[in-house]
Design a binder for this molecule. Structure first.
Ligand SMILES: [Zn+2]
Length: 251
């Protein structure tokens, strides 16, 4: 038994309990920052260590999941790996891990903050710059839009919402020379207006942070995701157990 497994519950590292959930619809995982959380961070869970993400992806691969792209159909067990915000840490630490397991992923970038730092939460982190974005794409991964400024779209005027959704796409396409067909709502916040504008703007899919997997009939502009914290399987277990005990498991 490893030192690590003595300190944490067994299910922390076990995917097996979730295979039936993952088989009931397309699972989309979302990671944020990679590396060690700062001591003062109140949101340590948003960090995943490089070794933990490597382990999670290896387990998924061993269980027969294929790492697929958003909007692509296909047979078999598929899972989509997404990263929100475009942190430089996720680029620097995930590239090797992803290539080791043959995993292609998507980074949702904030077009107005490329090469700068995030200004939307307490822990300031460097964001990927143009060169890193180019390397990410050259490795076979993809990018999507996460607006221009990481604004809460439910609190803006219609004109501003349109600008965030349409201009971010144009800017990313101009900067990186690739088509940008996928969108992630900042904070997962979305309403009917935002969803309609995203659809009208021509995005093929949009992802939220609403928990769950995506059966075939799921609205492609309201895709559910599973927040992949460092303790992913542990959190998923608790979430499932809580939903089951209340008799309202919604997947
Ligand atoms: Zn975000």
């Amino acid at each position: 038994m490893s030192r690590m497994s003595k300190r944490v519950p067994d299910h922390y590292f076990r995917l097996s309990s979730f295979v039936s959930l993952f088989d009931s619809g397309l699972p989309i995982l979302v990671y944020h920052k990679l590396g060690k959380a700062p001591l003062f961070s109140r949101r340590k869970g948003l960090f995943a260590s490089r070794s933990l993400i490597a382990r999670q992806l290896a387990e998924l691969k061993d269980a027969g999941f294929e790492f697929g792209a958003l909007g692509a159909s296909g047979m078999g067990r598929k899972i989509v790996i997404t990263f929100d915000d475009g942190y430089a840490s996720s680029f620097e630490q995930a590239m090797n891990v992803l290539s080791d397991c043959g995993c292609k992923a998507i980074q949702f970038l904030v077009s107005g903050r490329i090469g700068q730092a995030n200004n939307w939460d307490e822990t300031k982190e460097r964001l990927m710059d143009k060169l890193q974005g180019t390397d990410w794409l050259a490795a076979g991964h993809s990018i999507g839009s996460h607006t221009v400024t990481h604004a809460d779209l439910t609190r803006l005027s219609e004109r501003e919402v349109r600008e965030e959704i349409v201009a971010s796409r144009k800017s990313l396409e101009d900067t990186f020379g690739v088509a940008v067909n996928h969108f992630a709502y900042p904070y997962g916040y979305h309403d009917e207006r935002a969803t309609a504008i995203v659809q009208e703007a021509g995005y093929a899919t949009a992802v939220t942070t609403e928990f769950g997997v995506n059966p075939v009939a799921t609205n492609q502009w309201k895709l559910r995701r599973i927040l992949a914290y460092g303790s992913l399987w542990d959190r998923l277990n608790r979430k499932l157990n809580a939903a089951l005990s209340k008799g309202r498991l919604r997947i």
